[in-house]
Structure formats: C-alpha cells, structure tokens
Design a protein. Structure first.
Length: 161
C-alpha cells in the first residue's frame, strides 16, 4: 500500500470513528436514562422496541462517518470544506446535547427544541455535502429519516406526559 492509500485509509478511519465515538457517549446517556424515568413515560403507539435503537444508531453513525470521509476526501476541489465540517460538527454536538437534555435532565420539551435544531443542522449539512459529493449527501438521508421519527417520538412523549 502506498503512502496516499494509507493516508486515505487513516482519514476514513478517523471520519468514521468521530461519529461512532460520539454515538458511544450518547449511548451512555441513553442507557442511563432508559432505566427508571423513561420506562415510566407514556409513549406514542409507534415507539419502536428499545432493542432497535442501538443497532440503528450504530449504522447511522457509520454512514455519517463515511459521508464525512467522502466530503473531506474531495478537499482539493471543495470550497465548502470549512462550512461542511462546521455543520457536521454542529449537528453531531447537538445530537449529543439531545441525549443530555432528554435522558440526562429528563426534559422532553428541551429535547424537542434541541432535536428540531438538530434536524435543521442535518439538512444544512446534507445540502453543503451535496455541493461537493452526491454520495456523501445521500448517506445522510437515512439519518434525517430516523431523526424525523425521533422528533415525532420526542413530541409524542412531550404531549403524552
């Protein structure tokens, strides 16, 4: 393997690890919040079983990392690089914040406000990535879809409690 391929593989690994590690931190808040408080809440009828969330989020974090790699790997022709990275970091940070607010602070209303901001940031990230790499943008579509479901769940929890 030559130097460029090793550098590319290293960049891909870092890009994937960033959201996966962030997801692991989110998982800590989520697992902690699932015992006790969350189990006592009234939830919408369409709430998936708890065991679905871990695998779905793991896949989404991996897809996010691949998307980030595809976006960053075009850095020579990418005048949107800085904006895209800032948006990606912002949406990932807000993703973490949502878990803190919803599960950590037991606040469905704060979680709802936060997840709406997160959804807007994900859309902005997708649009920035699309200017550089269509595959990078498309890899974020499942994430947006899942966050839309999570938004509806969060709203349902807020309204039912």
């Amino acid at each position: 393997m030559d130097k460029i391929n090793l550098r590319s593989a290293g960049l891909a690994a870092v890009c994937i690890l960033v959201p996966v590690v962030s997801g692991a931190v989110v998982g800590i808040f989520t697992v902690t919040g699932l015992s006790g408080w969350y189990t006592t809440l009234n939830k919408p009828w369409f709430t998936p079983p708890d065991y679905v969330f871990g695998p779905v989020w793991t896949i989404l974090y991996i897809l996010m990392g691949i998307s980030l790699y595809l976006f960053i790997s075009k850095r020579e022709e990418n005048k949107f690089l800085k904006t895209g990275i800032i948006l990606f970091a912002a949406q990932l940070s807000v993703n973490l914040l949502w878990s803190v607010l919803f599960f950590g602070l037991h606040s469905p209303i704060a979680g709802l406000v936060c997840i709406l901001v997160m959804l807007a940031l994900i859309v902005a990230t997708l649009l920035a990535f699309r200017k550089v790499s269509t595959p990078a943008a498309l890899l974020l579509v499942p994430y947006i879809a899942w966050v839309c479901i999570a938004t509806a769940l969060n709203a349902g929890v807020f309204l039912l409690n």
